[in-house]
Design a protein. Sequence first.
Length: 256
Amino acid sequence: MKPSYFMDLYYPSDRNELLGYCKCEQREGHTPSLILLPHSSLEFIHSMYQDAFSLIHNPRRIVIIAPIHNEVFESDAGECLFTLSSGDVLTPLGGVHIEQVPGVKINDEYAEREYAIEIFYPYIACNSPHSSLLPLFTSLDSKEDILTLSRLMAKLKKEENDTLFIVSGNFTSLGSSEEINSMAKTLKELLENNAPLLDAGNRKKISGCAYKIMEAARTAFPGKFTLNAARCGNYIGENISNAGDGRIWQVYGVKE
């Protein structure tokens, strides 16, 4: 059995409390092709996760893509994609089966350092127990790295059409409230118009750990992206352009 590293740090170990964060009512319809969700303590973002998982109907595979926030290990220099070894992990709400992503370097040490995938374990156990989880950690430093990820996403979808992709990432804004608001408006327009994100990131019009992954997703799966909710500081709502009192925009949206 594979270990968990972030229980009682980012999500509770108490089964009833965790169930309150995770349980959701399934809605009719088909599973989206891609969902963008933030990572943080579930105390703050569980409502976004519950809404998202109400749209998920036990796909064969769930690929969760998350950024590596620090430098990659020295032994991984030159690589941009990493996965975990296959196995099972037990949460207070049940087990989750993990499958390594084919053709990607395995390094289980990233599971100890990065929480952005582990916080999904209890949601899958509770709401999509028949799905296998394919974890993918990324360190995207160049256009070629982004293209490598985009090609892999398209390949995984072609191999198994019943695959959902979840991007676990945040957007950050540094500066005055006016600058934060301007960045939020730009982000909203880019996401909803399926417009290129990389140039905006390079020009500091948007920033954060999610936009390079979303650029790969945009090119792999062109189509309409719907922004469902955004949170900044104590503000949470549908309008990302509202002024927030924090510096991390947590965005939830789906692509059909």
